[in-house]
Design a binder for this molecule. Structure first.
Ligand code: 0WD
Ligand code: CA
Length: 386
């Protein structure tokens, strides 16, 4: 199929005369002032139930119900994070690759909200430059500082909008299949922690004896902007604080995290360097202002709770040796999104650009036509072609 047919009423297709060179990821190249990033605004949400079925409502949004002041120390908390691992745990099937499925379902049902109304580019059925999961952007933001895990991001340009979906790398696949019971327990403990702090109504108490089912999720859909790039992103939200000073989403949302108790300066450095980087990137992207961390002892009990204002985190790490700089994360992301726009120019749902990165290397790409694993399913292409 010719390119012109696929993009008859959007921007004309331009074939690059020469391929852009691989994008470099070294932090020193991105050390300049913080780029423009607008606090994202929520345009919708959806829920995934215990069977991972989509619902166009907020039924899986939970309420933040922290323990009373004075009951936040180890002795009175004593929350057992491993309880229920054997018999009260339903795991999401990670072999089933959903890709952008739920976001695309939301877009299909809400076309009117995000449709462009003008001429040329603003006539796009989805009037955004990029559509993706927040988690994929988190990976981009962390890339200049990542030394362990590479990634694969598949991109398709369709009717003027670039859709970005992750593909599992071989190393990630091996790691997932080779998880030990202890690693599985650690994953479980993160979800279990949520059940001590969240309730299904604003005034009820949390119910930590309930089954932990990782199919369940509440996802917010937001519009954001990074420099010249307009974004539609969606991310899973742990809970909402009904008593938040600013009650409108995403400002009322709260992110919950667990981490190993910090017992020495070395552990503190590693927490600041790795954990706080990921936590900040993830919550900053959606505009979630508060992260509540539970620190667990080696026996898997919560010994303390600590609130982190997302906006404070960059200051907490600023003086550190070998620290990270939020401006580097955002400038790199800006550059990578610009790079994607230069590379992925064929507007065709059957063409997939696969960007690939390994620590220590530059970002390269390959082009696939009619891949077995497209970014956009046929039903979506049809729904957005009318
Ligand atoms: O392997 C998969 N199939 C993945 C699915 C990997 C990453 C995400 N997802 C799903 C999530 O379940 C969610 O519904 O995609 C959706 C969008 O997530 P996102 O907000 O863009 O993803 P991210 O920011 O990476 O993760 C948010 C939360 C996690 O919170 P923590 O505090 O652990 O970062 O999504 C959950 C988890 O609660 N989550 C998962 N839940 C079950 N299995 C998984 C997973 N493999 N990964 C993330
Ligand atoms: Ca969480």
């Amino acid at each position: 199929r010719s390119c012109d047919e696929a993009s008859s009423d959007v921007a004309p297709c331009k074939y690059p005369s020469s391929s852009p060179s691989p994008l470099k990821t070294q932090p020193s190249l991105y050390q300049s002032s913080f780029p423009f990033y607008r606090l994202p605004s929520e345009v919708g949400f959806f829920s995934l139930d215990e069977k991972r079925c989509y619902h166009a409502d907020g039924r899986r949004l939970r309420y933040y119900r922290p323990p009373e002041e004075g009951k936040k120390d180890g002795d009175s908390l004593g929350w057992e994070l491993m309880e229920g691992f054997e018999d009260h745990y339903v795991r999401m099937n990670e072999d089933e690759k959903e890709g952008l499925l739920h976001i695309l379902t939301w877009i299909k049902e809400n076309k009117g909200i995000i449709k462009g109304s003008g001429h040329g580019e603003s006539k796009r059925p989805v009037d955004r430059d990029f559509v993706t999961w927040r988690g994929h952007l988190t990976k981009m933001l962390c890339t200049p500082y990542e030394t362990q895990e590479g990634w694969l991001l598949a991109v398709t340009l369709f009717r003027g909008t670039l859709y970005i979906s992750e593909r599992e790398t071989e190393a990630a696949h091996k790691k997932r299949k080779g998880r030990t019971v202890d690693q599985e327990k650690l994953m479980y403990s993160g979800y279990k922690f949520e059940s001590f702090l969240c309730a299904y109504t604003p005034n009820s108490d949390p119910c930590p004896s309930e089954v932990v089912n990782t199919n369940e999720a509440f996802c917010s859909v937001l519009l954001g902007r990074l420099a010249s790039h307009s974004l539609l992103l969606s991310g899973e939200v742990d809970c909402t604080d009904a008593s938040a000073a600013n009650p409108s989403p995403p400002s009322c949302y709260v992110e919950l995290k667990t981490s190993a108790q910090i017992r020495n300066p070395h552990q503190q450095r590693s927490f600041n360097r790795y954990k706080l980087l990921k936590w900040w990137c993830q919550s900053f992207l959606l505009g979630i202002p508060l992260i509540v961390a539970g620190f667990r002892n080696p026996q898997g009990r919560i010994v303390s709770l600590q609130n982190y204002r997302t906006a404070d985190i960059p200051h907490l790490v600023r003086g550190d040796n070998q620290s990270w700089d939020p401006a580097v994360c955002m400038n790199f992301c800006n550059a990578f999104l610009s790079h994607i726009k230069k590379v992925a120019t064929r507007d065709d749902p059957r063409v997939v650009y696969v960007f690939s990165w390994e620590p220590g290397s530059d970002i390269t790409f390959t082009i696939e036509s009619n891949p077995s694993d497209p970014v956009l399913p046929d039903w979506y292409v049809q729904a957005l072609s009318q």
